[in-house]
Design a binder for this molecule. Structure first.
Ligand code: HEM
Ligand SMILES: *[C@@H]1O[C@H](CO)[C@@H](O)[C@H](O)[C@H]1NC(C)=O
Ligand SMILES: *[C@@H]1O[C@H](CO)[C@@H](O)[C@H](O)[C@H]1NC(C)=O
Ligand SMILES: *[C@@H]1O[C@H](CO)[C@@H](O)[C@H](O)[C@H]1NC(C)=O
Length: 353
């Protein structure tokens, strides 16, 4: 499914290099450049009529809520996508019991967001909550488009296929299904297996912590991040978490993440993503796509990936000394190039700094 979707995108967007960056056919059709949005498909070029209303929803989320950046609202929206979908259980489904799903129940039920495991998600929920009614769409579609866009708001974040057509949540998500950082690797992997994920997919998904901060695990050091480059979607989370001899200033290691890095069943996959941005991006995108569909079937939904902006390729942003022909492990990103790419590829959503 992923390969099909991504190759569709590659064909649809016909990337060709402009100043070292791929640019989309949609942009070229608009004349590109000149202050017009780069790499952001325009509704005037929409292909599937079902997707047309979603361009405006995209802009409401990326503009008003994320302001085109990998900030607090984007990181919260990524976690929200997981906490909404991660209450899905194959075992509950098999027994026809009330189940979780990627259904947006977190935007609908007033009590679900108040659970302690959802601490820190209240603000993003209050920002997203009015949108399904405002635009006449389902909460699951809205919430999971927000998750996909949030990953793209983080430079380096991949394009994850975006679907619409989920129906309204059937019930509040059952309790006790979201992972806790003090659970063992075997307990955590069993819970993810009950969602339908293999161990390697979990190691890919956990890399979302590249854009994460903690506030409630150790409130004394609130806002410490899970890697030193929280503003970009890079593999440094894996590198730095795996380095058990050094705790870098301003960062925080969750016990579960350290356990994944060191446990014999997960260490190889965890280490395998270090410095391996391309593999991680594609495996993360596939796993996140699957997460965004838990409890649903892609065949029942419409793929509206046509409205997604281009991913920002971190390789183009490395400082010259770490660049050269070969991609170094964890290239140092030039802040000037990074900001220029954000200005170019997320232009319509940015607010003046
Ligand atoms: C073993 C599985 C996981 C555990 C135990 C875990 C645990 C946590 C904890 C304790 C926090 C910090 C919350 C706070 O104190 O504010 C956090 C943050 C975060 N998690 Fe996870 N997580 C897991 C998997 C995931 C997955 C699969 C994703 C997404 C695909 C994800 C995305 C995030 C993000 C983006 C944040 C940062 C939120 C923010 O900064 O507002 N996590 N996670
Ligand atoms: C979409 O294209 C129209 C017509 O070319 C243009 O007026 C508008 O500004 C474009 N919108 C975006 C978001 O680029
Ligand atoms: C953490 O960050 C939030 C917003 O980003 C801020 O309001 C809060 O004061 C910060 N807390 C600490 C302890 O720095
Ligand atoms: C851990 O990080 C330190 C400081 O950056 C570095 O000197 C050391 O080689 C790293 N260890 C491993 C195993 O990568």
């Amino acid at each position: 499914m992923l390969l099909v979707s991504l190759s569709f995108l590659a064909v649809a967007l016909l990337p060709f290099p402009v100043d070292g960056f791929p640019q989309s056919a949609a942009v070229a059709a608009n004349g590109g450049g000149g202050g017009v949005a780069s790499g952001i498909p325009n509704v005037t070029d929409a292909k599937n009529p079902v997707c047309v209303p979603w361009y405006g929803i995209r802009d409401a989320i990326m503009g008003s809520i994320f302001q085109g950046r990998c900030g607090d609202n984007a990181r919260a929206a990524i976690r929200l996508a997981f906490h909404d979908a991660g209450t899905f259980s194959l075992a509950l489904q098999a027994n026809a019991l009330p189940n979780g799903a990627a259904d947006g129940s977190l935007l609908v039920d007033p009590n679900e967001v108040l659970r302690s495991e959802n601490n820190g998600l209240q603000n993003i929920v209050s920002l997203l909550k009015p949108l399904p009614t405002q635009f006449g769409v389902s909460p699951g579609d809205l919430l999971h488009l927000a998750g996909v866009l949030a990953v793209l708001a983080c430079p380096g974040g991949p394009v994850i296929p975006a679907y619409v057509g989920r129906n309204a949540p059937k019930n509040i998500a059952p309790t006790g299904l979201l992972p806790d950082p003090e659970q063992s690797v075997s307990v955590l992997l069993a819970r993810f297996a009950d969602m339908g994920f293999e161990s390697r997919e979990v190691m890919a998904l956990i890399g979302a912590h590249t854009a994460g901060k903690q506030r409630f695990v150790d409130p004394a050091v609130a806002n410490t991040s899970f890697d030193t480059t929280v503003q970009i979607w890079d593999t440094r989370f894996y590198t730095e978490t795996a380095n058990t001899t050094v705790d870098l200033p301003g960062t925080f290691k969750l016990d579960s993440d350290v356990n994944f890095a060191t446990n014999p069943t997960t260490t190889q996959d965890f280490h395998g993503f270090i410095g391996n941005q391309d593999n991680w991006m594609s495996e993360y995108a596939a796993a996140h796509e699957k997460m965004s569909l838990l409890g649903f079937q892609a065949n029942d939904l419409t793929d509206c990936s046509e409205l997604l902006p281009l991913a920002i390729d971190l390789k183009n942003l490395a400082v010259a000394t770490t660049g050269g022909g070969q991609a170094p492990t964890d290239p140092v990103i030039d802040p000037v190039k990074l900001e220029a790419a954000i200005q170019q590829f997320r232009s319509i959503w940015l607010v003046p700094q």
